[in-house]
Design a protein around this ligand. Structure first.
Ligand SMILES: [Zn+2]
Length: 73
């Protein structure tokens, strides 16, 4: 899985940056967003207390779409 650094994306492609922000916003609001590759619904992966290695962000079931997010603990 590719780690996504928002600050980098912002420099290179503001369009995809905004697209990703929109996806995260929709998923956080409970709206259905489909993975462009496998057409599965994207889900929020919240942090698990005591498991700091767990990836957090927005991902589909298969993991072909993964937008890493830092959660405020
Ligand atoms: Zn997928």
């Amino acid at each position: 899985m590719q780690k996504i650094d928002f600050s980098d994306i912002n420099k290179t492609s503001s369009k995809s940056f905004h697209e990703q922000r929109n996806i995260i916003k929709k998923v956080c609001l409970g709206k259905k967003v489909l993975c462009p590759k496998c057409q599965q619904a994207l889900k929020l992966l919240p942090p698990v207390k005591g498991d700091n290695d767990k990836k957090t962000g927005v991902s589909c079931v298969k993991g072909c779409t993964f937008i890493e997010l830092e959660f405020e603990m």
